[in-house]
Design a protein around this ligand. Structure first.
Ligand code: GLN
Length: 485
C-alpha cells in the first residue's frame, strides 16, 4: 500500500514543501530588503548607492541565483546526487544570510556570493527530488508540483512580512539575520525528516559509471581552481594594482556573457545532433518560448527592484494610523498566487481541450504582465503618494500572467525537448529566469534618470508588443510543436 499522508501524496513531499518554503522565505525576505538597503542613506544605515549602481548589483545577484542552477544541476547529476546538493546548498545559504547580518561591506558581498552558490545547488535539485517521489506513470505528479509551488509562495509571502518589518523599522542587518533564521529552520526540517525521502535523489545519475564519476570530479576540481584563480587575480588587481572596477561595468560585462551564453547554448543544441526536421521544429519552438519567458520575468521580477522603490518613495503606506514597511508589497504577488492557483487549475481542467495552446498562454502571460505596467504607468503620473491600490492591482494582473506562463512553461519545454536532452530543459528554464531577472534588475537603473511613467510605459509597451507578436505566431508555433500542446 502506498503511504499517503501529505494531502494524499508521498510523505517526502512534506519535507520538500517545508524546506523549500523556508528557503523561499529567506530568499524573498532578503530580496525585498536588498535594493532598499543598497539605496538607503548612510544615516539610515544603508549603503547610499545611486539607483544605477544599486540596480547593477541587484541585477547580477538575482540573475546569478538562477544562472548557477545550471552548474548546480550538473553537480547533482554527476558528483553529489540531489540530496547532498540540497544539503550543501542549504548550509551555504544559511551562512550567506548570517553573513549579511554583519554590518560590513566585505561580509555583505561574501554573503551575496554564498547565497548565489547555495541557491544554485538547492533550487533546481529540490524540484528534481519532487519529481523523483513519483513513478513516471503516477497521475499525482502534476498535483505534487502544484502543492510544491504553493510552498514556494507561502514562503515568499511570509519572508517580507518578517524581514522587512525588522529590516526597515529596526536594522537592515536584523532583517537579513531573520532570513538566516528562516533558512536555518529549512535546514533543520531537511536534516530531521530527510529519511522520509527514501532513495529519491540519493545517488548521482552516473553512479554506476566510475569513469564518468572520476571525470566529473576532475571537472569540478578544475572549475573550482579556475574560479579561485579569477577571484584571487581580481582581488589583487583591485587591492594591489589599484584597478577600480565599477559595479555597472561588471554588470554590463555579466549581461553580455549571459546573452552570449544563451545564444551559444542554443547554437550548440541545434548542432549537437542530426535532429530530424520534426525535432528541429520543436527545438525552434523552445527557442521562441525561451525568449518569451525571459521577457516575462524581466517585467514580473521588477517586483523586487523598480516597484519596490516605487512602494518606498511614492506609495501611501499608512492604514488606520499604522504605517507599514515598503517591502510588504512584496508579499502581495505571493498571496495572489496562493489565491489564484486553484482557480486556474480548475479553469484549465474545465476548459479541457478547449483551453488555449501553450504558446498562446505564453502570449497571454506577456500581455497580462504588460497590462500591470500600464496601470503603473498611469499611477506614476498622479504625483505625490499614491494609493496602495495601484501596486496591488498591478500585482493582481502580474500573477494572472504568471498563472498563464509559469506552471505550463517547464512542462511544455520538457515535453518538446527530444528525449536525449530533456534533462537540460530545467537548465533552459532557469537560464530564461536568469536573463529575465537581469533585465528586470537593470531596468530599475533608470529609476532616477527617466520619468517613472515613461519607464513603466516602456516596459508595458515592450512586453505587450512581444505578447501580441507571439499571439499572432501561436498557430505557427503550435504546428512547429508537432502535436504537443
Ligand atoms: N516565484 C517562483 C520561485 O521562486 C518562480 C521564480 C522564477 O522562475 N523566476 O520559484
Amino acid at each position: 500500500m502506498k503511504d499517503q499522508t501529505f494531502f494524499g501524496h508521498p510523505r517526502g513531499l512534506a519535507v520538500l514543501f517545508f524546506a523549500e518554503l523556508w528557503e523561499r522565505f529567506s530568499f524573498y525576505g532578503m530580496r525585498a530588503l536588498l535594493i532598499l538597503y543598497l539605496t538607503a542613506s548612510i544615516a539610515d544605515g544603508g549603503l547610499a548607492f545611486d539607483a544605477s549602481k544599486a540596480a547593477a548589483i541587484y541585477a547580477v545577484y538575482t540573475s546569478m541565483v538562477y544562472l548557477l542552477g545550471l552548474p548546480g544541476g550538473w553537480l547533482a547529476d554527476r558528483v553529489f546526487g540531489q540530496r547532498r546538493s540540497v544539503l550543501y546548498g542549504a548550509i551555504l545559504i544559511t551562512i550567506g544570510h548570517f553573513s549579511l547580518a554583519v554590518p560590513s561591506l566585505g561580509f555583505f558581498y561574501v554573503g551575496l556570493l554564498l547565497i548565489v552558490v547555495g541557491t544554485g545547488l538547492l533550487k533546481p535539485n529540490i524540484s528534481t527530488i519532487v519529481g523523483q517521489l513519483y513513478e513516471r506513470s503516477d497521475e499525482r505528479r502534476d498535483a505534487g508540483f502544484s502543492i510544491f509551488y504553493m510552498g514556494i509562495n507561502f514562503g515568499a509571502f511570509g519572508g517580507p512580512l518578517i524581514c522587512n518589518w525588522l529590516g526597515e523599522n529596526y536594522s537592515w542587518h536584523l532583517g537579513f539575520g531573520a532570513a538566516g533564521v528562516g533558512m536555518t529552520l529549512g535546514l533543520i526540517v531537511y536534516l530531521m525528516f530527510g529519511k522520509t525521502l527514501g532513495e529519491a535523489g540519493k545517488l548521482p545519475a552516473n553512479h554506476d559509471d566510475p569513469e564518468d564519476q572520476a571525470r566529473s570530479r576532475r571537472t569540478l576540481r578544475n572549475g573550482l581552481v579556475g574560479a579561485a584563480t579569477i577571484a584571487v587575480a581580481a582581488t589583487l588587481a583591485v587591492k594591489v594594482g589599484g584597478v577600480t572596477i565599477g559595479a555597472e561595468a561588471i554588470s554590463n560585462a555579466f549581461g553580455i556573457i549571459l546573452i552570449v551564453l544563451s545564444i551559444g547554448f542554443f547554437f550548440w543544441l541545434f548542432r549537437s545532433h542530426p535532429w530530424t526536421p520534426e525535432e528541429r521544429g520543436r527545438l525552434g519552438a523552445i527557442v521562441i518560448l525561451f525568449v518569451a519567458a525571459a521577457f516575462f520575468w524581466g517585467a514580473y521580477e521588477q517586483a523586487g527592484s523598480s516597484l519596490n522603490l516605487f512602494a518606498r518613495d511614492f506609495t501611501q503606506r499608512t492604514v488606520l494610523g499604522f504605517s507599514f514597511p515598503a517591502g510588504y508589497f512584496q508579499s502581495v504577488p505571493a498571496l495572489f498566487v496562493i489565491l489564484q492557483a486553484p482557480i486556474f487549475a480548475w479553469l484549465w481542467v474545465k476548459l479541457g481541450r478547449k483551453q488555449p495552446s501553450s504558446p498562446f498562454k505564453f502570449a497571454l502571460g506577456l500581455v497580462f504582465v504588460g497590462f500591470g505596467f500600464v496601470i503603473m504607468s498611469v499611477g506614476a503620473t498622479k504625483g505625490g503618494q499614491v494609493s496602495p491600490m495601484w501596486l496591488i492591482s498591478t500585482y493582481f494582473f502580474h500573477v494572472i500572467g504568471e498563472m498563464c506562463l509559469s506552471p505550463v512553461g517547464l512542462s511544455t519545454v520538457t515535453k518538446l525537448a527530444p528525449e536525449r536532452v530533456t534533462s537540460l530543459m530545467m537548465g533552459v528554464w532557469f537560464l530564461a529566469a536568469a536573463l529575465g531577472n537581469y533585465l528586470g534588475g537593470r531596468t530599475a537603473g533608470f529609476y532616477e534618470s527617466l520619468s517613472l511613467s515613461q519607464l513603466f510605459g516602456a516596459v508595458a509597451a515592450t512586453v505587450i508588443v512581444a505578447g501580441i507578436i507571439l499571439g499572432l505566431m501561436s498557430g505557427r508555433i503550435q504546428r512547429m510543436m508537432g502535436g504537443i500542446r
